[in-house]
Write a protein that binds this ligand. Structure first.
Ligand code: GLV
Length: 390
């Protein structure tokens, strides 16, 4: 096998190894996928200022996110069905994050449960992402389970009261586990390693839900569950209630608009994540990196601003930090690594991103990530607070 040197190599390998419906689930956006593409493309339009003859020794990418130390400004994003990219995927990704000293965020819609991940990482603290569902009793139990598992931050997703339409998932009949149709069987026959892994684990369903909600003994489809159970009436009053019940670090995910960013500050949350859900919800919304500066300008002195969407390299992390993000999240970059090579693949993805971040920071004449600001970027090439075009 040729050497893996970038995230794209991992994506190509994951595409070969992961059944089509799960690969497509990760590697797609909603409707025309324009926002999904813009997330990455807009990063690539931003240019760095190279500096020379600056002492590059003793570099550090260490910082904090919500007051917690991290070895780089990168956390693992919550992603649904991670344990379908590779058997026991959430446990493996959490172990990789632990080895790298960065936060891991477990999705409500994970395959491995909160308890599985706690046990699989010897109770290392991780972050838990919460979807707000109609059944408030279930939400209370999820919050209590996250506390019992030593979770050190709660990430509440605000941009998925309803699901954006993803054409590929509908066409593929996405479900966990996959239904044994002729088309699926033929595809699974070409993925022997994946099948062996899945036969060797009991975790093949939505672990936080199946067996924890009365009457739900098997639940195949994410889209059906979302339509029935996610609460379309979600409001800031719910955020307040969740904050009280949780009592720990609170991060609000899915902010795109300055008005909403101000409401996030008023809610008393510790951080917000500028995010369009990886281009999976409102297609036609701006890329995350172009939405970031205006939000940083409006609320950055009162709340930590994080971002996700489109990060496929350490250079993207550096650009986001330069534009005011305290931290970033990787979803697909992690999933490609996981699908390609399990835990070793996630570690590879993190190593690639850390190296790219470290070296690019040095080329810009900086040695400490906490001292990076937009002076490392070429004026006129990056989005600013006010301007629509740049
Ligand atoms: C969330 O779980 C998603 O599929 O985007």
């Amino acid at each position: 096998m040729p050497a893996i040197t970038n995230i794209e190599d991992l994506r190509v390998l994951a595409k070969r190894r992961v059944p089509r419906m799960f690969y497509d689930y990760a590697d797609s956006g909603s409707w025309t996928e324009s926002t999904y593409r813009a997330n990455e493309d807009d990063f690539n339009r931003i240019l760095f200022r190279q500096r020379v003859a600056v002492n590059m020794e003793g570099r550090s990418t260490r910082t904090t996110m919500v007051g917690q130390p991290t070895n780089m400004p990168v956390a693992i994003a919550p992603t649904g069905l991670t344990g379908m990219q590779h058997a026991d995927g959430e446990i493996l990704a959490a172990r990789a994050a632990k080895a790298f000293g960065i936060p891991f965020t477990l999705s409500t819609m994970s395959i491995c449960s909160i308890e599985d991940v706690a046990k699989g990482t010897d109770n290392h603290p991780f972050w838990f992402q919460l979807y707000v569902m109609r059944d408030r009793g279930f939400i209370e139990r999820l919050i209590d389970r996250a506390k019992a598992a030593n979770c050190s931050a709660l990430v509440v997703t605000l941009d998925l009261q309803i699901l954006g339409q993803r054409h590929k998932d509908i066409k593929n009949g996405l479900s966990a586990p996959p239904k044994l149709t002729v088309a699926n069987m033929l595809n699974l026959m070409t993925k022997p390693q994946w099948c062996l892994g899945m036969l060797g684990t009991p975790r093949r369903q939505f672990g936080n839900i199946v067996g924890h909600v009365k009457g739900v003994e098997n639940m195949g489809s994410l889209s059906e569950w979302t339509a029935k159970q996610f609460d379309p009436r979600l409001s800031w009053a719910d955020v307040e209630w969740i904050k009280q019940r949780w009592g720990g670090k609170l991060i609000l995910k899915g902010i795109q608009d300055v008005e909403d960013a101000r409401l996030a500050v008023d809610s008393g949350a510790d951080a917000l994540i500028v995010s369009n859900h990886g281009g999976r919800q409102l297609d036609g919304a701006p890329s995350s990196i172009s939405a970031l500066p205006e939000i940083v300008e409006a609320v950055g002195r009162r709340i930590e601003v994080h971002m996700d969407g489109g990060i496929r390299s350490g250079q993207h992390v550096l650009k986001a930090v330069a534009l005011g993000a305290r931290g970033t999240y990787i979803g697909r970059a992690m999933l490609y690594g996981l699908g390609a090579m399990g835990q070793a693949g996630v570690e590879k993805a993190l190593e690639i991103i850390r190296n790219e971040l470290d070296l690019s920071m040095a080329f810009c004449g900086r040695t400490d990530i906490t001292q990076v600001d937009k002076s490392i970027l070429l004026p006129g090439t990056y989005p600013t607070g006010r301007a629509a075009g740049y």
